[in-house]
Write a protein that binds this ligand. Structure first.
Ligand SMILES: [Fe+2]
Length: 372
């Protein structure tokens, strides 16, 4: 069994200036970013390069329409390297833009057109959660097909991932919390995945430790305290990305896609709604396996005992950062308990295969019903 693979080269710099000093962004590059990142970090350095501001092509999560429009705009420039400098939307879009994009980008997602990489891709993430800089997954809403779909092939890996904690400074507190909680869930789901290896476990554990330690400080001293720990959060998010890029995510992600898609709930927030409930179910099914080690890690950090109650304590703790609320508050109806169970079972087997213990359809339904 393959134990670990990290495809992009990984670089680390404290500041954007240090990154630019080494990578020398210039006329042979296309910088894809947002105005709110360009103004504080790129403009002061007087960098002369080709720039596409993503927000001019739509807001929210990536869509095939957005990719089509940006691919058309891209054709106006001559460049060899794409620098994706932004959050999850920009990173995912650029994984596709580095390919030879057909007129209808949806054809890449459906497999009608095989992926061919034609540009070098450098990813500089500006949130601390997705770990997308080291994975090959790019997810987009395919408006033409009324669905959300991912592409994950060898060609959608970045060539280089660059971590620059300074660039996460401006991330609003709410997005800091939702993105880092996503990273925490990547770390714990990959830790318990049957595909985990001693190498991925090391990355998972370190990520959990760093995120929980940072959260403790934020809970104790207030939201601005996070600014002291951005380096830890950026590294932890990347470690968790390496871990789940190899060992996979599982039920929390699988179930959360339902409400994420139906009610446009932010990915990290949607995950959090399912996190502790899935783990309580795991505990009911097999409290004596590897989950014991996970319980001990959380119990040690939270200063509680490591039985099933650890997930109530964890929830109490995380609720100080992000609120768990009934799914009906997002607009879910009782009938959707069955509907979402069915769609999760039908569409998310790729993730459900990584569950700590297999969950039956009835158990998945029970989780939705408990959270409704
Ligand atoms: Fe995630």
């Amino acid at each position: 069994m393959q134990a670990l693979r990290v495809v992009p080269k990984v670089f680390y710099f404290d500041t954007f200036k240090e990154f630019n000093d080494e990578f020398k962004i210039g006329k042979d590059d296309l910088l894809v970013t947002n105005e709110w990142m360009y103004t504080p970090y790129v403009a002061p350095l007087g960098i002369d390069t080709n720039v596409i501001l993503q927000e001019k092509f739509g807001s929210g999560e990536p869509s095939d329409e957005m990719i089509n429009a940006m691919a058309a705009e891209m054709k106006k420039y001559n460049f060899k390297r794409i620098i994706a400098f932004g959050g999850g939307t920009i990173v995912d879009i650029c994984k596709v833009l580095a390919l030879d994009v057909p007129e209808q980008s949806v054809d890449l997602f459906t497999g009608k057109v095989p992926p061919k990489k034609i540009k070098e891709l450098v990813v500089v993430p500006t949130t601390c959660g997705t770990g997308s800089e080291v994975t090959n997954v790019a997810i987009a809403e395919l408006k033409s097909l009324h669905t959300k779909k991912g592409i994950a092939v060898e060609e959608t890996y970045a060539d280089t991932a660059v971590l620059v904690p300074e660039t996460v400074k401006g991330l609003p507190y709410k997005f800091f919390v939702t993105s880092s909680i996503d990273a925490l869930i990547h770390a714990i789901e990959s830790y318990l995945s049957p595909k985990a290896s001693p190498f991925t476990e090391m990355y998972s554990l370190k990520a959990i430790e760093m995120i929980m330690a940072g959260y403790k400080e934020v809970v104790a001293k207030g939201e601005d305290e996070r600014l002291k720990y951005l380096k830890d959060f950026v590294l932890a998010s990347n470690y968790a990305g390496i871990a789940f890029g190899n060992a996979g995510c599982a039920a929390v992600h699988a179930l959360s896609y339902s409400i994420g898609a139906a009610f446009h709930v932010a990915h990290g927030e949607a995950n959090y709604q399912f996190f502790t409930e899935v783990f309580k179910m795991y505990m009911r099914k097999n409290p004596d396996g590897k989950i014991k080690q996970a319980n001990k890690i959380f119990a040690d950090i939270l200063g509680c005992t490591d039985g099933p109650e650890v997930y109530d304590e964890l929830e109490k703790f995380l609720n100080k950062l992000i609120v768990k609320k009934p799914l009906k508050d997002y607009g879910m109806t009782e009938a959707q308990i069955d509907e979402f169970t069915k769609s999760t079972v039908e569409n998310q087997q790729r993730l459900l295969a990584n569950n700590y213990v297999p969950l039956s359809d009835a158990e998945i339904r029970e989780i939705f019903a408990n959270l409704y």
